[in-house]
Design a protein around this ligand. Structure first.
Ligand SMILES: Nc1ncnc2c1ncn2[C@@H]1O[C@H](COP(=O)(O)OP(=O)(O)OP(=O)(O)O)[C@@H](O)[C@H]1O
Length: 248
Protein backbone atom coordinates (compact mmCIF):
# COMPACT_ATOMS: atom_id res chain seq x y z
CA UNK A 1 0.00 0.00 0.00
CA UNK A 2 2.01 2.99 -1.24
CA UNK A 3 1.12 6.46 -0.02
CA UNK A 4 1.12 7.74 -3.58
CA UNK A 5 -1.29 5.11 -4.87
CA UNK A 6 -4.02 6.53 -7.05
CA UNK A 7 -7.59 5.88 -6.16
CA UNK A 8 -9.06 7.63 -9.10
CA UNK A 9 -7.80 9.30 -12.18
CA UNK A 10 -9.98 11.59 -14.25
CA UNK A 11 -8.45 12.43 -17.60
CA UNK A 12 -9.62 15.16 -19.95
CA UNK A 13 -13.20 14.57 -18.98
CA UNK A 14 -15.96 16.44 -20.75
CA UNK A 15 -19.63 16.33 -19.91
CA UNK A 16 -22.47 18.25 -21.49
CA UNK A 17 -26.21 18.12 -21.04
CA UNK A 18 -28.70 19.13 -23.69
CA UNK A 19 -30.81 22.09 -22.69
CA UNK A 20 -34.49 22.20 -23.62
CA UNK A 21 -33.75 24.79 -26.31
CA UNK A 22 -31.30 22.36 -27.91
CA UNK A 23 -28.12 24.12 -26.84
CA UNK A 24 -25.56 22.30 -24.69
CA UNK A 25 -24.80 23.01 -21.02
CA UNK A 26 -21.11 22.22 -20.79
CA UNK A 27 -20.47 21.21 -17.17
CA UNK A 28 -16.90 19.92 -17.71
CA UNK A 29 -14.45 20.37 -20.58
CA UNK A 30 -11.03 18.69 -20.54
CA UNK A 31 -11.24 18.30 -16.79
CA UNK A 32 -8.46 16.30 -15.14
CA UNK A 33 -8.03 15.36 -11.51
CA UNK A 34 -6.22 12.64 -9.57
CA UNK A 35 -7.37 11.58 -6.14
CA UNK A 36 -5.10 9.69 -3.76
CA UNK A 37 -5.91 6.27 -2.36
CA UNK A 38 -7.34 6.36 1.14
CA UNK A 39 -7.77 10.13 1.14
CA UNK A 40 -10.81 12.22 1.99
CA UNK A 41 -11.41 14.81 -0.71
CA UNK A 42 -13.99 17.57 -0.43
CA UNK A 43 -15.36 19.09 -3.62
CA UNK A 44 -16.39 22.61 -2.79
CA UNK A 45 -18.16 24.99 -5.09
CA UNK A 46 -21.29 26.93 -5.87
CA UNK A 47 -24.67 25.39 -6.47
CA UNK A 48 -25.00 24.18 -10.03
CA UNK A 49 -21.22 24.09 -10.43
CA UNK A 50 -20.96 20.41 -11.28
CA UNK A 51 -20.23 18.64 -7.99
CA UNK A 52 -23.14 16.20 -8.19
CA UNK A 53 -22.39 15.53 -11.83
CA UNK A 54 -18.78 14.70 -10.99
CA UNK A 55 -19.84 12.29 -8.23
CA UNK A 56 -22.30 10.63 -10.58
CA UNK A 57 -19.60 10.29 -13.23
CA UNK A 58 -17.23 8.74 -10.66
CA UNK A 59 -19.98 6.34 -9.57
CA UNK A 60 -20.66 5.35 -13.18
CA UNK A 61 -24.24 6.62 -12.98
CA UNK A 62 -23.48 9.12 -15.71
CA UNK A 63 -21.30 8.64 -18.79
CA UNK A 64 -18.78 11.27 -19.87
CA UNK A 65 -19.26 12.94 -23.23
CA UNK A 66 -15.50 12.54 -23.72
CA UNK A 67 -12.47 11.56 -21.67
CA UNK A 68 -11.97 8.79 -19.18
CA UNK A 69 -12.19 7.90 -15.54
CA UNK A 70 -9.98 5.14 -14.26
CA UNK A 71 -10.68 3.58 -10.94
CA UNK A 72 -9.66 0.14 -9.70
CA UNK A 73 -12.56 -2.28 -9.32
CA UNK A 74 -14.04 -1.42 -6.00
CA UNK A 75 -17.04 -1.39 -3.76
CA UNK A 76 -18.80 1.95 -3.87
CA UNK A 77 -20.96 3.36 -1.09
CA UNK A 78 -22.99 6.40 -2.02
CA UNK A 79 -25.33 8.79 -0.25
CA UNK A 80 -27.22 11.19 -2.47
CA UNK A 81 -28.41 14.70 -1.80
CA UNK A 82 -31.87 13.27 -1.17
CA UNK A 83 -31.74 10.21 1.09
CA UNK A 84 -33.50 8.04 -1.55
CA UNK A 85 -34.59 5.23 0.74
CA UNK A 86 -37.00 2.64 -0.55
CA UNK A 87 -40.23 3.76 1.13
CA UNK A 88 -41.90 0.34 1.24
CA UNK A 89 -38.94 -1.27 2.99
CA UNK A 90 -37.96 -0.97 6.62
CA UNK A 91 -34.76 0.80 7.59
CA UNK A 92 -33.07 -2.56 8.23
CA UNK A 93 -34.18 -3.87 4.83
CA UNK A 94 -32.91 -0.75 3.10
CA UNK A 95 -29.48 -1.63 4.48
CA UNK A 96 -29.80 -5.34 3.69
CA UNK A 97 -30.76 -4.63 0.08
CA UNK A 98 -27.73 -2.43 -0.41
CA UNK A 99 -25.42 -4.90 1.29
CA UNK A 100 -26.54 -8.47 0.63
CA UNK A 101 -24.97 -10.88 3.09
CA UNK A 102 -24.82 -8.26 5.81
CA UNK A 103 -24.73 -10.10 9.13
CA UNK A 104 -27.16 -9.14 11.87
CA UNK A 105 -24.26 -7.92 13.99
CA UNK A 106 -22.90 -5.77 11.15
CA UNK A 107 -26.37 -4.39 10.51
CA UNK A 108 -26.79 -3.40 14.13
CA UNK A 109 -23.29 -1.88 14.19
CA UNK A 110 -24.03 0.18 11.06
CA UNK A 111 -27.23 1.49 12.65
CA UNK A 112 -25.56 2.18 15.99
CA UNK A 113 -22.73 4.11 14.31
CA UNK A 114 -25.30 6.68 13.21
CA UNK A 115 -27.33 6.57 16.44
CA UNK A 116 -30.16 4.60 14.87
CA UNK A 117 -30.42 1.93 17.55
CA UNK A 118 -33.96 0.61 17.69
CA UNK A 119 -34.92 2.18 14.33
CA UNK A 120 -34.43 -0.90 12.15
CA UNK A 121 -38.13 -1.72 11.94
CA UNK A 122 -39.20 1.85 11.08
CA UNK A 123 -40.27 2.80 7.58
CA UNK A 124 -38.69 5.78 5.79
CA UNK A 125 -42.00 7.68 5.79
CA UNK A 126 -41.89 7.74 9.59
CA UNK A 127 -38.47 9.38 9.69
CA UNK A 128 -37.51 13.03 9.90
CA UNK A 129 -35.06 14.27 7.30
CA UNK A 130 -32.27 14.10 9.88
CA UNK A 131 -33.00 10.44 10.60
CA UNK A 132 -33.39 9.63 6.91
CA UNK A 133 -29.97 11.14 6.26
CA UNK A 134 -28.51 8.97 9.02
CA UNK A 135 -30.05 5.89 7.42
CA UNK A 136 -28.65 6.89 4.02
CA UNK A 137 -25.17 7.20 5.55
CA UNK A 138 -25.53 3.94 7.51
CA UNK A 139 -26.53 2.25 4.24
CA UNK A 140 -23.51 3.68 2.41
CA UNK A 141 -21.22 2.31 5.15
CA UNK A 142 -23.02 -1.04 5.33
CA UNK A 143 -21.61 -2.01 1.94
CA UNK A 144 -18.12 -1.71 3.49
CA UNK A 145 -17.05 0.60 0.71
CA UNK A 146 -13.55 1.25 -0.41
CA UNK A 147 -14.85 4.27 -2.30
CA UNK A 148 -17.43 6.38 -0.48
CA UNK A 149 -19.22 9.14 -2.42
CA UNK A 150 -21.28 11.63 -0.43
CA UNK A 151 -23.35 14.35 -2.06
CA UNK A 152 -24.26 17.16 0.35
CA UNK A 153 -24.80 14.70 3.20
CA UNK A 154 -26.03 17.41 5.61
CA UNK A 155 -28.14 19.53 3.26
CA UNK A 156 -31.26 21.10 4.76
CA UNK A 157 -30.48 20.05 8.33
CA UNK A 158 -30.60 22.58 11.12
CA UNK A 159 -27.24 23.59 12.50
CA UNK A 160 -27.33 21.31 15.55
CA UNK A 161 -28.19 18.22 13.50
CA UNK A 162 -25.69 19.19 10.84
CA UNK A 163 -22.90 19.35 13.42
CA UNK A 164 -23.89 16.15 15.16
CA UNK A 165 -24.06 14.17 11.94
CA UNK A 166 -20.79 15.66 10.71
CA UNK A 167 -19.10 14.57 13.95
CA UNK A 168 -20.50 11.04 13.56
CA UNK A 169 -19.30 10.93 9.97
CA UNK A 170 -15.83 12.09 11.05
CA UNK A 171 -15.69 9.18 13.49
CA UNK A 172 -16.72 6.65 10.85
CA UNK A 173 -14.23 8.01 8.34
CA UNK A 174 -11.46 7.73 10.92
CA UNK A 175 -12.46 4.14 11.69
CA UNK A 176 -12.25 2.73 8.16
CA UNK A 177 -9.57 2.87 5.46
CA UNK A 178 -11.26 4.03 2.27
CA UNK A 179 -11.22 6.76 -0.32
CA UNK A 180 -13.91 9.37 0.30
CA UNK A 181 -15.25 12.14 -1.92
CA UNK A 182 -17.68 14.59 -0.34
CA UNK A 183 -19.48 17.24 -2.39
CA UNK A 184 -20.50 20.25 -0.36
CA UNK A 185 -20.92 24.00 -0.61
CA UNK A 186 -20.13 24.35 3.10
CA UNK A 187 -16.54 25.37 3.80
CA UNK A 188 -16.65 24.08 7.38
CA UNK A 189 -17.66 20.59 6.23
CA UNK A 190 -14.63 20.55 3.98
CA UNK A 191 -12.24 21.94 6.61
CA UNK A 192 -13.39 19.52 9.30
CA UNK A 193 -13.51 16.34 7.24
CA UNK A 194 -11.13 16.47 4.30
CA UNK A 195 -7.47 15.72 3.69
CA UNK A 196 -7.72 17.84 0.58
CA UNK A 197 -10.22 20.48 -0.49
CA UNK A 198 -10.78 21.03 -4.19
CA UNK A 199 -12.41 24.36 -5.02
CA UNK A 200 -14.40 24.14 -8.23
CA UNK A 201 -15.55 27.20 -10.11
CA UNK A 202 -16.40 28.54 -13.51
CA UNK A 203 -18.41 27.28 -16.44
CA UNK A 204 -17.33 24.75 -17.51
CA UNK A 205 -16.05 23.81 -14.06
CA UNK A 206 -12.35 23.96 -13.32
CA UNK A 207 -10.19 23.32 -10.29
CA UNK A 208 -9.58 26.83 -8.98
CA UNK A 209 -7.55 25.84 -5.96
CA UNK A 210 -6.40 22.78 -4.03
CA UNK A 211 -5.87 22.96 -0.31
CA UNK A 212 -4.08 20.24 1.66
CA UNK A 213 -5.10 19.89 5.29
CA UNK A 214 -2.52 18.21 7.47
CA UNK A 215 -3.98 18.93 10.91
CA UNK A 216 -5.28 15.78 12.62
CA UNK A 217 -9.07 15.68 12.25
CA UNK A 218 -9.63 15.48 16.00
CA UNK A 219 -7.94 18.86 16.50
CA UNK A 220 -9.86 20.73 13.85
CA UNK A 221 -12.98 21.73 15.75
CA UNK A 222 -11.04 23.87 18.17
CA UNK A 223 -9.00 25.35 15.31
CA UNK A 224 -11.83 26.02 12.91
CA UNK A 225 -11.47 29.80 12.94
CA UNK A 226 -7.80 29.41 12.02
CA UNK A 227 -8.58 26.84 9.36
CA UNK A 228 -11.09 29.18 7.72
CA UNK A 229 -8.31 31.67 7.09
CA UNK A 230 -6.78 29.13 4.70
CA UNK A 231 -9.64 29.85 2.32
CA UNK A 232 -10.34 33.56 2.72
CA UNK A 233 -11.68 33.70 -0.83
CA UNK A 234 -14.48 31.26 -0.05
CA UNK A 235 -17.46 32.50 1.97
CA UNK A 236 -18.25 30.70 5.20
CA UNK A 237 -21.83 29.52 5.35
CA UNK A 238 -24.24 32.10 6.68
CA UNK A 239 -25.38 31.39 10.26
CA UNK A 240 -22.24 29.38 10.88
CA UNK A 241 -20.04 32.21 11.99
CA UNK A 242 -19.03 30.85 15.38
CA UNK A 243 -15.95 28.74 15.74
CA UNK A 244 -17.46 26.00 17.84
CA UNK A 245 -18.70 23.40 15.43
CA UNK A 246 -20.05 21.25 18.23
CA UNK A 247 -18.47 17.88 17.70
CA UNK A 248 -19.73 16.68 21.08
N1 LIG B 1 -29.49 15.24 -15.98
C1 LIG B 1 -29.28 16.53 -16.29
N2 LIG B 1 -29.85 17.08 -17.39
C2 LIG B 1 -29.61 18.37 -17.72
N3 LIG B 1 -28.80 19.19 -17.02
C3 LIG B 1 -28.21 18.70 -15.94
C4 LIG B 1 -28.41 17.35 -15.50
N4 LIG B 1 -27.68 17.15 -14.39
C5 LIG B 1 -27.07 18.31 -14.11
N5 LIG B 1 -27.37 19.25 -15.04
C6 LIG B 1 -26.87 20.63 -15.08
O1 LIG B 1 -25.48 20.57 -14.87
C7 LIG B 1 -25.06 21.67 -14.06
C8 LIG B 1 -24.30 21.14 -12.85
O2 LIG B 1 -25.23 20.52 -11.95
P1 LIG B 1 -24.78 19.75 -10.63
O3 LIG B 1 -26.01 19.21 -10.01
O4 LIG B 1 -23.70 18.80 -10.98
O5 LIG B 1 -24.18 20.92 -9.76
P2 LIG B 1 -23.83 20.93 -8.20
O6 LIG B 1 -22.53 21.63 -8.07
O7 LIG B 1 -23.93 19.56 -7.66
O8 LIG B 1 -24.97 21.84 -7.62
P3 LIG B 1 -25.94 21.53 -6.40
O9 LIG B 1 -25.13 21.74 -5.17
O10 LIG B 1 -27.01 22.57 -6.57
O11 LIG B 1 -26.43 20.14 -6.59
C9 LIG B 1 -26.30 22.46 -13.74
O12 LIG B 1 -26.41 23.52 -14.66
C10 LIG B 1 -27.41 21.47 -13.96
O13 LIG B 1 -28.59 22.14 -14.32
Amino acid sequence: MGGAAMALEIQALSKSFARKNGSAREVFRDFSLTLGEGKVTALLGPSGGGKSTLLRLIAGLEQPTAGALSAPARRIGMAFQEPRLLPWRSVADNLRLAAPGLSEAALQAALAAFELDGRGADYPGQLSLGLARRVALARAFAVEPDLLLLDEPFASLDLGLHRRLRALLAQRIAARAMTVVIATHDLDDALLLADEVIFLGGVPAQVEQRLQLDMPRENRDENLTKLRTLAPFYPSSPSKGDANSGAA
